[in-house]
Write a protein that binds this ligand. Structure first.
Ligand SMILES: NC(=O)c1ccc[n+]([C@@H]2O[C@H](COP(=O)([O-])OP(=O)(O)OC[C@H]3O[C@@H](n4cnc5c(N)ncnc54)[C@H](OP(=O)(O)O)[C@@H]3O)[C@@H](O)[C@H]2O)c1
Length: 279
């Protein structure tokens, strides 16, 4: 039997459609979640990134791994490097879900992880997705419900990417050797500001939704008031700086290079997630 593909974060925004795509291609998958439950028909395995005692069993019988930091964690190097080192020791190919823009400065923690993978000697592909469209039905869902999306983006635009297009890109990177040794900056097809995004969401949910540009302190207070940990709220505030600077407005054709398909735009995302946005 051929070796398996380990997918971290298998029940999440990217992980679930990735497991589904790999299964559709007939690939044997180990779906890592903290519960170990099966995902989309794939064998489940218990994996807690913060508990190294759970790691070795997850790596057994695996020759490729999709590596990501679950949202909500800020200690990227501390949590991811033991995973990367263990995969390298087992000569397992790594497809790493990084973050758009981190290659701007080698001192950025995520870039440090990329560099360690690049120098490791194992086959690898680095994927750097821009802001997820899916944040509108996760992080910003409470704002959609209340009719006001309040984030510190000023008038900055982002080429939001649908998690399904990240998953499709990842599925190609995991099942082909053509893209090994390369990094891809994954974006949607166009840059959109939060005011326009709010207007489109408003049409889909059938009630007014507006954008309110806010400052970091108010944003952090809003998130912590909704139960987000202070360090993660501060981290989220900090990553709006590149948005305000216009750096997240860049558009690439890297999804199409990997998948052969154009990425979905924000309208398609909103229409397909209408039920999630209205729930
Ligand atoms: N959102 C964005 O705009 C954006 C943009 C660029 C990059 N990123 C990066 O993308 C990553 C998040 O991707 P995502 O949205 O697909 O993830 P996600 O859906 O937020 O989380 C994936 C899964 O991680 C699992 N998880 C939570 N805590 C865990 C732990 N301690 N150990 C192991 N698994 C744990 C959860 O599943 P279980 O409860 O089943 O374990 C969850 O379903 C982050 O690293 C973020 O920096 C996000």
């Amino acid at each position: 039997m051929s070796a398996k593909i380990l997918v971290l974060g298998a029940g999440g925004n990217v992980g679930r459609p990735l497991v589904k795509a790999l299964r559709a291609q007939g690939e044997p998958v180990k779906a890592a979640t903290r519960s170990g439950a099966a995902v989309e028909g794939a064998e489940g395995v218990v994996f807690d990134i913060a508990n190294p005692a759970t790691h070795a069993a997850a790596f057994e019988g695996v020759d490729r791994a999709y590596v990501m930091l679950p949202a909500g964690h800020v200690r990227a190097q501390e949590l991811l490097m033991p995973v990367v080192n263990a995969l390298v020791a087992r000569k397992i190919k790594i497809v790493f879900q990084s973050v758009f823009g981190v290659d701007a400065d080698d001192s950025i923690p995520y870039r440090q992880i990329e560099l360690a993978i690049e120098r490791s000697g194992v086959p690898f592909v680095i994927l750097r997705p821009n802001w997820f469209a899916d944040n509108f039905h996760t992080y910003w869902k409470a704002g959609v419900d209340h009719g006001v999306i309040a984030v510190p983006a000023a008038q900055g635009k982002s080429s939001f990417i649908d998690a399904r297009d990240i998953a499709a890109s990842a599925a190609t990177a995991l099942t082909s050797e053509r893209f090994d040794g390369k990094a891809f900056n994954l974006t949607g097809p166009e840059a959109v500001g939060y005011a326009d995004a709010a207007a489109w969401l408003s049409e889909v949910v059938g009630k007014p939704v507006a954008y309110q540009a806010t400052d970091d302190a108010s944003f952090i207070a809003l998130l912590t008031g909704a139960g987000v940990a202070h360090d993660y709220a501060s981290f989220l505030a900090s990553i709006f700086h590149p948005v305000r600077e216009g750096w997240t407005a860049a558009v690439t054709d890297h999804v199409q290079q990997l998948t052969g398909q154009k990425p979905r735009d924000l309208r398609r995302y909103a229409l397909d997630h209408a039920a999630d946005l209205k729930a």
